[in-house]
Design a protein around this ligand. Structure first.
Ligand SMILES: [Mn+2]
Length: 315
């Protein structure tokens, strides 16, 4: 932490990287860190392999991510577990000398020169800790960004990773003026009609195995077309949880996209889906993980079913 703080004071320009297929934690943490560094008069540029979906524009500066890399004195990755999640910026990052990784995935790779990694519920908690050590001023906007990030990774304080520190930091952010209504109204509770209609279709045709306790949802290319839902910004990752609330143990959604089949695993209690995603080269947390499978949809479904059944039978 001390080393990171001295690097942040030493350099004048920073490039901050969020992970591909961004989530509220990587975006909220990145934007908060940007604001803090700018308070100290630093130049900050933002990068992400994926185009930032418009749903994140509740924070204006979510539109400030750059397409092409511009040189900076120090590179920082935020909430990035593995260097491949930097996408086209991976080699730039790995070949640079002054790099910092700020993250909360303890199972990730220490791919930076300096790695600040603590097993918090969200990367935002670590950013908050850092910001306090920097003695920076936490404005209501910064507090809102960090609160937003925490809500994302804890599914609004519902995931099992939610601990007393999470509530403590959330409470302090609220005191600092975090606009929690904005976070809910303009993001987490916001739904579109295509989303609601496609969700009910996917839940209806899901594969449900009640004895072993799992469900598999499949979103095909034609579903995205028929329901006019943008596959780049579908928000379907948590949809499988609907079946967890019916008593199933593991639920997964497979989404047909340009670059392959995107899988999002969700589980209850001690059922650990991070190792299921790892079997396909992915990763994540105990109750929420993901991976990308490069095969036909039918093969992917069979493989995923096999892995889940094997896990539940041996549990
Ligand atoms: Mn995170």
């Amino acid at each position: 932490m001390k080393q990171i703080i001295s690097l942040l004071s030493k350099y004048n320009s920073f490039a901050i990287f969020s992970h591909e297929n961004p989530d509220p934690d990587t975006i909220g943490s990145t934007l908060a860190l940007k604001d803090i560094l700018e308070q100290f008069g630093k130049k900050v540029t933002l990068f992400c392999e994926s185009k930032i979906p418009e749903t994140y524009f509740l924070f204006e500066d979510a539109g400030q991510y750059c397409e092409d890399y511009e040189v900076a004195e120090c590179l920082i990755s935020v909430d990035v577990a593995s260097s491949h999640m930097l996408g086209r910026f991976e080699s730039i990052f790995l070949n640079f000398d002054q790099t910092i990784r700020i993250d909360h995935h303890i199972s990730g790779d220490n791919f930076a020169k300096y790695n600040l990694v603590k097993p918090y519920s969200a990367c935002a908690i670590l950013i908050y800790e850092l910001v306090k050590k920097l003695k920076a001023g936490i404005t209501p906007v910064i507090a809102t960004k960090l609160y937003f990030a925490i809500c994302g990774d804890t599914s609004i304080f519902k995931n099992s990773n939610t601990d007393s520190l999470t509530f403590k930091v959330a409470s302090e952010l609220l005191k600092l003026g975090a606009n929690i209504n904005k976070v809910y109204d303009e993001f987490f509770d916001k739904k579109t009609i295509p989303y609601v209609k496609m969700s009910s279709h996917l839940l209806e045709k899901a594969i449900i195995e009640e004895n072993l306790g799992y469900a598999v949802l499949v979103a095909k290319k034609e579903d995205f077309e028929n329901y006019n839902l943008d596959p780049q910004n579908d928000n379907l990752g948590n949809l499988p949880k609907t079946y967890l609330s019916c008593g199933l143990k593991i639920a997964v959604i497979l989404k047909e996209k340009e670059d392959g089949i995107h899988c999002s695993f969700r589980s209850k209690l001690d059922y650990d889906v991070s190792n299921l995603a790892q079997q396909f080269g992915g990763g994540g947390h105990k109750n929420a993980s993901g991976c990308l499978i490069n095969s036909s949809t039918d093969v992917a479904i069979n493989e995923v079913v096999k892995v889940i059944e094997n896990y539940l039978k041996n549990y």
